[in-house]
Write a protein that binds this ligand. Sequence first.
Ligand SMILES: [Zn+2]
Length: 253
Amino acid sequence: MSREQIQARAMVLRAVDFGERDCILTLLIEGLGKRSAMAKGGRASKRRFAGTLESFRISRFTLTDRGSDKMAWLVEARVEEDFPGIEASFEKISAAAYATELVRELLREGEGGEMIFAALAAHYRQSDGAEDERARLEADLTTLTLRALALAGFAPSLERCFRCQAPVTEAPGWRLMAEGQGAVCAGCLEQGERSFETDRGELVVMDRLYGGYAEDLPSIEVLRKMRPKLQSMVSSAVGKELRSQEFLKMVLG
Ligand SMILES: [Zn+2]
C-alpha cells in the first residue's frame, strides 16, 4: 500500500466538524484542485494546525494521500498568507464567504486547476487591501464571479448575442439570459425563456469588470441591479442558490 505525501499550498473552502475531535476539510490545493481531507484532532486541538483550518488563508499543507477513493489525511500545516483586512470587516467577510462558496460549488472533487486557485487567491488579496465601501465590494465580487464562472466553463457571452453573435455595440434591444448564457438580442429570445432586462451600458460594464478589478468604480445603483443577474447565472451553473447569498444580502443590503 503506497502512502504518498503531498506538500502543496491550499485554501480551506469549508471545514466541517466530524465527531468529537476531527474536522473534514474541503481544500482547494494548488495544482491538484478541490480535494477533501481529514484533519485528525483538528477540532479538539485548534493549536495543532495553528490557524490553518480557518477560511481566507493560504497555507502550506502536508497531506498523506491514501488513494483516490479515500480521503487524504492532514499531517501538518502552516499559514503562509493571511488577510487581516478581510477579517476586520463584516462586509468583506460576507463577500469573501460568497466567493469561497462559489468556487467550492463550481468545482467537483478533483477539479480546479492553477487558474482558479490563482483567481481566488487574487480575490482575497484584492479584498484585503481594498477600501471598505459597498461599490468596491460589489464590483470586486462581480469580477470574481464572472472569472470563476468562466474558469469553470460557464462564461456568459457579454460582447455578443450568444445565439446570432450580433455585437452588443451594434444592435439595440438586449436581454440577459437568466440561465447564464449571456446577452441575447431581441430577435433571438425565444418564447418562454427566462431573461432579465438589461441594456448595452450594463453589458459593457459587466464585460469591463470581467476583464479585471475596476479602477473606476461603476455606480452602486448599476452594481446593485447586476447582482441578482449574476446570482441567477451562479444558481444555474451550480444547480442551487448559494447559502451565503442570503448572508450577503443581509450585510450589503
Ligand atoms: Zn441574436
